[in-house]
Design a protein around this ligand. Structure first.
Ligand SMILES: [Zn+2]
Length: 125
């Protein structure tokens, strides 16, 4: 995708260069054709680059969101949510003890916390 945009940008620059060349040494109508094609391609590729950048940022922010594990007591069902630890998997027995009956707790769920920045902004007002 990025290579395609770079190619389009290069194409735009070449078209603009040809346009100037025609303008100086050749036919002005051919020149304006090349210039308009060049500028249009430049505009489209710049827009595409901007869109790709936005998507990349969104993707990165999703990657950065913390992963949580829910540990649950098999006896009384007490739940505790904590940060995901390396090696965690669903139904794994943990070293954590239930604060109510000192039973071993099992991981019942692993999920990524999705934080909606827009919603958080709205709520702060
Ligand atoms: Zn318990």
């Amino acid at each position: 995708m990025f290579a395609m945009i770079m190619f389009a940008l290069l194409l735009a620059l070449v078209a603009i260069y040809w346009g100037f060349n025609e303008y100086l040494y050749g036919d002005p109508s051919t020149a304006s054709f090349f210039l308009s094609v060049g500028i249009a391609t430049l505009a489209v590729s710049t827009y595409m680059m901007y869109q790709t950048r936005k998507r990349m940022i969104r993707l990165l922010s999703v990657e950065m969101q913390p992963v949580s594990s829910t540990v649950q007591c098999v006896k009384c069902g007490f739940k505790n949510i904590r940060e995901f630890k390396r090696g965690d998997f669903v139904f794994k027995e943990t070293e954590e003890m239930c604060p109510k009956d000192s039973q071993k707790m099992v991981i019942s769920a692993i999920y990524r916390e999705v934080k909606d920045k827009e919603k958080a902004k709205e709520m702060s007002y």
